[in-house]
Every structure is written in structure tokens, then in C-alpha cells.
Design a protein around this ligand. Structure first.
Ligand SMILES: C[S@@+](CC[C@H](N)C(=O)[O-])C[C@H]1O[C@@H](n2cnc3c(N)ncnc32)[C@H](O)[C@@H]1O
Length: 310
């Protein structure tokens, strides 16, 4: 982090919060969420070199270097809708200039994190499991809400996990950051009142269901046949079962183990599911897998007519 900020980070943070406040969803009625957002310095978590998510005309992603363009870097940090890309191709592309590659880590956009936390609704004292630590920014927001000794976060990339630990330590926050496969969860500290994934899955891992307390909330971006992820909010029903519905359309990078596409029918999606009615779909997950239920499938008009008997 630069020791001298050329523009005022706190003022940009306030402006970002105001923008999100005036958006249709924003903080909603969650006053705690706005307080938490304003109290955590997002710039503390952003590496000095990040890629902008939209490609330039030549297909490359611009590199924003804090040392060269401190104002542009800080404005990017506080743009409400854009994630900043912190790793390409699992780290095989060095942050040395404009580049292209598969996005493998980022700091999620402020807008999407606020959406996630509003639906997750963590309470003071809740035990929380986060999957996909990234920079540790979302982890910091969670820990600021739920308090000391409450948050466990898992990150598959050892270098990213180590940096997240340093970022959190630097603010005096104590979440336990575990290097490992988040799809397995962390039963040792469970069960959890809240489980949140900040990478997307095609199938809800069974371990998350096993580690969710009855009545607890599980929130995860789920790949859909609609060309986007849908944020699913499930409530633990006990005995590895959970039920719920979709609450938002989102875009996340996938968990490493869930990059390979699979037929949607194998993932519990009904043929009748249509994007226009995504909010009506219901989701059940349990020991036998996940089912997306369409409570009001469209009636297929029977138009075939037999010739009148002669
Ligand atoms: C979108 S980023 C998370 C960003 C984070 N919310 C933040 O604001 O900094 C997703 C993260 O999930 C991590 N990830 C991917 N597969 C994983 C897995 N199987 N277990 C744990 N973390 C994983 C990636 O390395 C990446 O850092």
C-alpha cells in the first residue's frame, strides 16, 4: 500500500456507499451493513497492481499500477460495480503489464459483496464459514460484523491465503484463514450459523450442508442454464438437508474443482426452467444431491389435431 494517498480514500468510500444506497438494492434496511462497509478500508486489501475486468479493444486487460497512477488505482478500488482482477491463470501470468487470461482471483466488487452480505444477514456472535478468501476483504467485513473468534475462511491458493492473513492481521482482525479446498469446508470449527461462498459452484458440496446448523443460512453463487450464476439462499433443515430459492443474478469465478461443465439435467435442473421465471424456482439440497424445482411449469398447449374420422 502506498503510504501517501493522493486522493482521500475515506471520502471515496463514503461516495461509494452513497451510490450503493441510492441503487435499487444497495444496503436495503441493513444499517449495520453500511456501518461495516464504512469502517473497513477496502484499499488496504487491494494489491498495488490489478487488472481491470473489461478488456480493451485488443482483448487485453489494462494493468492499474498504484505506483504509476495512484488516483486511478484508488478510484478503481472504490468503483461500485467492478471487481479488480488480482490473479490470471492461477498465477501463471505475472502482473507486469496488460494481459489476458482466465480470471482466477479478484477482489469482488463492492456492489456484489454488499448484495451477498445483505442476503446472508450475519448477526453478532454468529459462527461463519467463508469459502474463497481472495484478498480477505469480505472476510474483514464479516468479522467486523460477527466479532472476534467467529470467522473461518478457506482459500485454495497458498500465496493468496498468506497475503489475506497479512491483510487481516494489519487491521487487527482475527479470522482463521485456512489454506485448502473450500469444497470440503472445515468441520472442526462447525457447525456454522452462516456459510458463504465467493466463488461459484455447479453443485452445492455435501460438506457445506453437513456443516450448516439447522436454521442457519447458506449463500452461494450457483451456475445456471441462463448464462449467469444465480445466488442461492438456503436454510438448513437439519440432517444434511437445506431448502431455499434464488435471490439475485450474479457473476463469479468458479471454484477450481467446478470448472468443467456438466449437463444441467445431471445437476438437478428441470427442462422447464426459464430465465423469465428464475425468482419462482425453488431449490432443495440434501444427501441425494440438489434439485431445482419449478413450481409452475408452463402448460404446453396441445395443438396437434387429428383429422376428423370419415
Ligand atoms: C472471487 S475470489 C474471492 C474474492 C473475495 N471475496 C474478496 O473480496 O477478496 C474467489 C476466490 O476463490 C478461490 N478459490 C477457488 N477455488 C477454491 C477452492 N476450491 N477452495 C477455496 N478457495 C477457492 C480463488 O483462489 C479466489 O481467490
Amino acid at each position: 500500500m502506498a503510504s501517501q494517498m493522493p486522493v482521500d480514500a475515506a471520502a471515496l468510500r463514503r461516495r461509494c456507499a452513497e451510490e450503493m444506497d441510492s441503487a435499487s438494492r444497495g444496503f436495503g434496511n441493513a444499517a449495520w451493513l453500511k456501518d461495516v462497509f464504512l469502517s473497513v478500508p477496502r484499499e488496504h486489501f487491494v494489491p498495488a497492481r490489478v487488472w481491470w475486468p473489461s478488456p480493451r479493444a485488443d482483448g487485453l486487460h489494462s494493468l492499474i499500477d498504484q505506483a504509476e497512477r495512484p488516483n486511478a488505482w484508488l478510484k478503481a478500488v472504490y468503483s461500485t460495480g467492478a471487481p479488480l482482477i488480482t490473479q490470471l491463470d492461477d498465477g501463471r501470468v505475472p502482473p507486469a503489464g496488460p494481459a489476458k487470461g482466465h480470471f482466477s482471483s479478484s477482489i469482488s466488487s463492492s456492489g456484489v459483496i454488499i448484495e451477498l452480505l445483505r442476503h446472508l444477514a450475519p448477526r453478532t456472535g454468529d459462527r461463519v464459514l467463508e469459502l474463497g478468501t481472495g484478498t480477505g476483504y469480505t472476510t474483514a467485513l464479516l468479522a467486523t460484523r460477527t466479532g472476534p473468534g467467529t470467522v473461518v475462511s478457506m482459500e485454495v491458493d497458498p500465496g493468496i491465503a498468506a497475503q489475506a492473513r497479512r491483510n487481516l492481521d494489519g487491521l487487527g482482525l482475527d479470522p482463521l484463514v485456512i489454506t485448502g479446498d473450500g469444497e470440503q469446508g472445515n468441520p472442526a470449527a462447525g457447525p456454522y450459523d452462516r456459510i458463504v461462498a465467493t466463488a461459484s459452484v455447479r453443485r452445492i458440496p455435501r460438506a457445506w450442508l453437513e456443516q450448516l446448523r439447522p436454521g442457519g443460512v447458506l449463500l452461494a453463487p450457483l451456475d445456471s442454464p441462463f448464462g449467469c450464476d444465480l445466488l442461492v439462499r438456503l436454510t438448513g433443515a437439519g440432517g444434511t438437508a437445506a431448502r431455499g430459492h434464488f435471490v439475485a443474478k450474479v457473476e463469479f469465478m468458479r471454484f477450481r474443482g467446478q470448472r468443467t461443465p456438466r449437463p444441467y439435467a445431471e445437476l438437478g435442473w428441470p427442462e422447464t426452467a426459464s430465465v423469465e421465471r428464475w425468482q419462482e424456482l425453488q431449490v432443495e439440497a440434501g444427501p441425494r444431491g440438489q434439485q431445482i424445482l419449478d413450481p409452475s411449469p408452463p402448460r404446453v398447449a396441445h395443438t396437434e389435431r387429428r383429422p376428423a374420422p370419415r
